[in-house]
Ligand binder design. Sequence first.
Ligand code: ATP
Length: 531
Amino acid sequence: MNASSESKNNLEQVVSLAKRRGFIFQSSELYGGINGFWDYGPMGSELKRNVREAWWKFTVHEREDVVGLDATIIMHPRIWEASGHIGGFADPMVDCKDCKKRHRADQLCEEQGAKLIQDGKNWKLPEGTKCTSCGSKNLTEPRSFNLMFKTYVGPVEDESSVSYLRPETAQAIFAQFLNILPTSRKSVPFGVAQSGKSFRNEINPRNFTFRSREFEQMELEFFIRPDEAVELICGRVTTLADNPDLTGKPQDDWGWDVWHKYWVEQRLAWFRSIGLPGDSLVEYWQTREELAHYARACVDIEYAFPFGVQELEGVAARSDFDLSQHQKFSGKSMTVMDDKLRLAVSEMDDAKKAEFRAKTIASWKASGKSEEDAGAFCDLLFEGRYIPHVVEPSLGTDRLVLALLCNAYDEEEVADANGKKEVRTVLRLHPAVAPIKVAVFPLVKNRPELYEKARGVFKRLQRYWNCFWDESGAIGRRYRRQDEVGTPFCVTVDFDTLENDTVTVRMRDSMEQVRMPVSELRSYLEEAMKV
Ligand code: ATP
């Protein structure tokens, strides 16, 4: 299923096919377009929906420890204060004073093989940085630009009514944690998943849908016990150094680093299952300097896009930062009662507790935290309580759709019915995400009996899959049209069908055809779609 390398590297071909075949259009094209916004057409909306549904099935329905959420886009502005977005969700921006082009300063430096210099809250361009548009060195100093879209709630436009379009879906999960916990009847470790729109006023949207101003995310917050609670419950903490089996059922004694790696592996497995080859994905472990101050580890899962190897999904171990922030800002306790922990501590005598406390204080102090905080944390643990930690896989739906399109795009030379060579454009999408699963064709449309038979086959298949009916043009042309939108199977009803109730099924990738009884069609296709 691999696309040939020269066609894979051509973003322009993918952009052109996306437009020509109704996958992705420029938003507001009628009025000249609007930068950083994209619409999904008849094929694109199906593809994106399939991606979303496959993610939900894998992340929520096929597990017993993850539930869903569907929260609003506009939320109380205090949420964004607590999360740090109002204070710190900013990118550095520079303008070229000559050609007036605006750049994201870190990207401008990277493109010239350099690194933006950060000095506290200020940024500085390294010596010799040029505008990549006109080559001028006449650039402004980098200025901080907050990426959140602002709006006003209600009729009065003043400071008290300012609110924001969410820049990520994740915060709602933390903000609704206290409602989700009792109503889901789950206990830690468990997760909450959400997919939906996010908005970022990106300084420089680019690379087609890769960096947009309105986009979709699919995010999971998976809540885990702090390692100290795991130790009290299990008497040990399994870490990655112990080489645990990550393919089986998660274990009670897993520490945070095992959970983190487990989710990286889960995400990679899911990407492979929907057709992104493992060798096109890169696991990039952020260095200590790159990590956010609260993060313990973060892996960027990167894909080899035609414009470079770039982030598709981030999987971050975020400690208890998010829930602790919301506890601080809302004044409501974000601690959970853990029955297993309560039982474990009820069996500890005072000497054991004192020993545990001393060990915890020493290790917290060694990592720069206060003795007072460590003591308060132990007191909570001894009551059977803690603020859960979290592992967050965060994926952009549009980026994934783009990766799937780039990976699936292929051109190959084939011979037509008369032996003449022609180029076939084919989207080798995995059947799980293909917009149309089966196309049904009557060989001719002017024979009522044959036509009706074909309609019957179409209607039957339509009960199970998104099917497409096409009665116009030569059959070869009809196959080619389906190849271009990635339809894995075409079913043709012909004169033999009327004789013996058989049809031909034509495969997109191999172009092979097999003949089979209509009665076996459904089970055959069901099997073939599992690839
Ligand atoms: P970047 O550094 O590229 O701006 P980020 O690291 O801030 O992105 P996150 O906040 O981790 O991105 O967002 C999680 C995921 O959401 C990303 O991995 C990406 O798939 C998606 N995403 C983020 N910003 C955009 C955007 N502007 N357009 C499309 N997808 C995006």
